[in-house]
Design a protein around this ligand. Structure first.
Ligand SMILES: Cc1ncc(COP(=O)(O)O)c(C=O)c1O
Length: 441
């Protein structure tokens, strides 16, 4: 090439939720069963999307309009439906023009960060779902400005800390909230959201609130940002990948709140929409079925049954993993992940000898890179020895260690075998003799 195609120092943010898959395949090729607990796709994990949803989609496939482009911002009648739904929750009036569809929320996230002024910073949670932190890293070329979610406080943020970070970083122009959270599963109480909105108002920030798990709440009550936003500008992010679930539809949308309250925010939203126009539109068919699916009497019942299953699984998980020294499993209440937090002491430990064949030892050695965070070593050990494929917590842009796994396995016997195996792996990690070769630096 006549010129380097990438800017100097431009490194892609790593996405370990997918990155670990290659290693999992290596283990599978060696003949071992792999428990794939790395990615949040309920359908891949055997969840049967109800027949009445399939019928609605099948019927729509027969309509010619499903094969056509739709409006750049998305199917008008669906935007009208969703705008009325958000407005009915109270707090903020949303019009159909305040909604824009994308090819999955991941696409929308990339657009929002992509349009933002390179000099501006998004203040984000740590840990954070990597589509957000990765988009910010790719945009600014350095570690994001962050506020901590605190495991000792059930993974809640401290609004005073958010205030202090915003005060100390004048480049921060937006505050990211993920509610219910990925990876911690935490559902934010109303008073925390109110305090975060207050901080945003105080520093003239707009809020980005990812609510893709809004209907997957199995403990407590979900407060949506639109209920507490007041006059603060915000972009709420939603989608159908998780709640129908239909991740293959690639269908998500943005709701702009209070865009009339700030000229700069209004121009920012218009620029995001302009990008969509140059690309024509997003997938038509899934947008067309959203109102029929969401208005169906079975939809609430469907979520009740999904949430009851998640509650049962999470109770079981928390009982098991809060009794192993050095590990704790707090958070939860929404989404479908469980995060096991590991103490620094439990992680700054060599890899155990137990059950480790020479081949496995060599495999772990080949995966280890200098400077790797200690929780990657635990994750590699669990994969190489037990076939358990989970995601290191530190890959969510945090200094905390541990790992995240999903609560999605539909076969209860298999889920319990997975938990038994994981429990054994963690017990061996803490108890058994260590391998001198694999001492964590
Ligand atoms: C918090 C969060 N936001 C956004 C997404 C992306 O969803 P989509 O499938 O619509 O791209 C995910 C997917 O896991 C997620 O967990």
């Amino acid at each position: 090439m006549r010129k380097p195609l990438l800017a100097a120092g431009q490194e892609a943010a790593h996405y370990e939720i997918r990155g670990i898959v290659k290693k999992g395949f290596e283990i599978e090729a060696s003949g071992k069963t792999v428990y794939w607990e790395n990615i949040g796709d309920p359908v891949q994990k055997g969840l049967h999307v109800p027949d009445w949803i399939r019928d609605i989609v099948a019927n729509e496939v027969l309509q010619s309009a499903s094969y056509a482009y739709c409006d750049s911002k998305g199917v008008k009648s669906t935007r009208e439906y969703l705008a009325a739904k958000s407005t009915a929750r109270g707090g903020s009036k949303v019009t159909p023009d305040d909604i824009t569809f994308f090819n999955g929320l991941g696409d929308a996230i990339a657009r929002v960060y992509g349009v933002l002024n390179p000099a501006a910073r998004v203040l984000m949670p740590s840990p954070a779902y990597p589509a957000h932190s990765g988009a910010e890293i790719n945009r600014i070329g350095s570690k994001p400005v962050s506020y901590s979610l605190h495991p000792e406080n059930d993974w809640l943020p401290d609004p005073e800390e958010v205030r202090a970070v915003a005060a100390a970083n004048p480049d921060v122009c937006a505050l990211l909230i993920v509610n219910p959270d990925n990876p911690t599963g935490k559902v934010y109480p109303k008073h925390i959201l109110e305090s975060l909105v207050e901080v945003a108002g105080e520093f003239d920030l707009f809020i980005i609130c990812d609510e893709i798990y809004e209907n997957l709440v199995y403990r407590g009550r979900m407060t949506r940002l639109c209920e507490v936003i007041g006059d603060v500008p915000a972009i709420v992010m939603k989608g159908i990948s998780k709640e129908i679930p239909w991740p293959g539809s690639r269908c998500g949308w943005l709701e702009y709140l209070n865009r009339d309250k700030d000229a700069s925010f209004e121009a920012f939203c218009a620029r995001i929409d302009h990008g969509k126009m140059t690309e024509v539109c997003s997938t038509t068919l899934p947008q067309r079925v959203i109102p029929s699916i969401m208005e169906h009497p079975g939809y609430t019942r469907w979520h009740e049954s999904l949430n009851a299953g998640l509650a049962e699984k999470m109770n079981n998980v928390q009982k098991r993993f809060n009794n192993i020294p050095g590990f704790e499993c707090c958070g939860g209440g929404g989404a479908f992940y469980s995060t096991v937090h590991a103490s620094k002491e439990a992680m700054n430990s060599p890899v155990p000898f137990h059950n480790l064949s020479d081949d496995q030892l060599n495999l772990i050695r080949s995966w280890m890179k200098p400077g790797l965070n200690p929780d990657y070593k635990l994750v590699y050990y669990l994969l190489a020895v037990y076939g358990i494929c989970v995601v290191p917590l530190s890959s969510f842009g945090t200094d905390y260690y541990g790992f995240r796994f999903t609560l999605l396995e539909q076969n209860n016997t298999r889920f319990n075998t997975f938990l038994d195996t994981l429990q054994e792996g963690l017990q061996m990690w803490t108890k058994s003799e260590k391998h001198p070769d694999l001492i964590v630096a």
